[in-house]
Design a protein around this ligand. Structure first.
Ligand SMILES: [Zn+2]
Length: 340
């Protein structure tokens, strides 16, 4: 399986975020890329640089207002006297149907869900290349590859059409799914990240051409709190096309694989032409977020089960934070997928 990745994705280097109100070093570090690249190489994957695909595939998911904000907010922020070095919001609209703010501070609150995605001079470029890695992997699958892996970083599944959040700016998995729809009628997204894929759910919530399925730690006491519950099933035409499978904290391989069976049954009944896997590796038992307890071998089993669907598959990197096994967990997933 080929890996798609551009070195510009490393430049975005957020310094901090607030965790339970306390400033902490931001865990979405460029070093994740080194670990994941060595994990991909250990699985025998060739690393390929994506082309610049421009804004078209990104704007198929994200609004013009949001793209303009992300591209220009860093420079605008620098003009505010006494402002922080990185763009971090401090006020949010309770209801987003009101007037669109003209000020940089107002727009930061409008377009950023939390403090986890600080914007620096390099954020826009890294986010674009991350999205283009997903696009290029999608094109490889459209050209006939059975599967392709996009080493997307920054990650994407917490980003809505016009809101960044949870370390995410562009929703790479949604961009891949929309790009697949160019030649597919129905696409499924299976999100196995520790956290609920709230942005992906939000983007496709009223649609029935993209099935969204997410397995994650129960948000009742876990990020992203407001989404990811089992009773969120979609709306309007999309009713029944969103499936959330929240798991109790510290669920290990057996419990995860049981939820995965339910997810795969739903995907089979939807009968998609292609699949996007939003591959978070933070469900790992040794991940610093400590939410679930999947083992390295568990990722291999998860991949085998997904591969058995026999669908053309774009694998998009989401979370998974610095720990000794980060690279090994990717190797386990990619080798498990290829062995089936
Ligand atoms: Zn995550």
């Amino acid at each position: 399986m080929k890996t798609f990745h551009a070195e510009e994705q490393k430049r975005h280097d957020p310094k901090m975020f607030l965790s339970s109100g306390a400033p902490q070093p931001n865990p979405e570090k460029p070093e994740r890329i080194e670990r994941l690249l060595s994990g991909a190489r250990a699985a025998g994957s060739e690393i390929i640089r994506p082309r610049d695909h421009g804004l078209k595939p990104i704007s198929a998911i994200h609004t013009p207002e949001y793209l303009d904000f992300l591209q220009n907010i860093f420079l605008r922020w620098q003009r505010i006297e006494g402002a922080s070095e990185e763009v971090i919001p401090n006020i949010h609209p309770l209801v987003r149907s009101g007037r669109y703010p003209a000020s940089a501070v107002g727009q930061a609150g409008y377009h950023m869900a939390d403090t986890a995605c600080p914007i620096s001079a390099d954020t826009w470029g890294s986010a674009c290349w991350s999205a283009w890695s997903a696009v290029e992997a999608t094109e490889a699958v459209l050209a006939g590859e059975r599967s392709a892996y996009a080493l997307c970083r920054p990650p994407g599944h917490h980003a809505f059409a016009d809101v960044a959040g949870g370390f995410c700016f562009f929703n790479n998995s949604a961009i891949a799914a929309q790009h697949l729809l160019g030649s597919s009628k129905r696409v499924a997204i299976l999100d196995v990240d520790l956290h609920h894929g709230n942005g992906t759910q939000g983007i496709f919530y009223r649609r029935n051409d993209v099935l969204t399925v997410s397995i994650h730690a129960d948000p009742v006491r876990f990020y992203p709190f407001f989404w990811g519950h089992a009773d969120e099933r979609g709306d309007g035409e999309g009713l029944g096309y969103n499936l959330n499978l929240p798991l109790p904290r510290q669920t290990a391989d057996a419990g995860f694989l049981e939820a995965l069976s339910a997810a795969l049954r739903r995907i089979q009944s939807f009968a998609p032409d292609a699949l996007v896997v939003a591959l978070g590796l933070d469900a790992y038992e040794g991940d610093p977020f400590g939410g679930l307890s999947v083992s390295t071998q568990g990722f291999s089993r998860i991949a085998e089960e997904i591969a058995a669907l026999g669908l053309p598959t774009v694998i998009v990197q989401e979370g998974g934070y610095l720990c000794d096994a980060l690279g090994d967990n990717l190797t386990a997933f990619l080798t498990g997928y290829a062995s089936t």
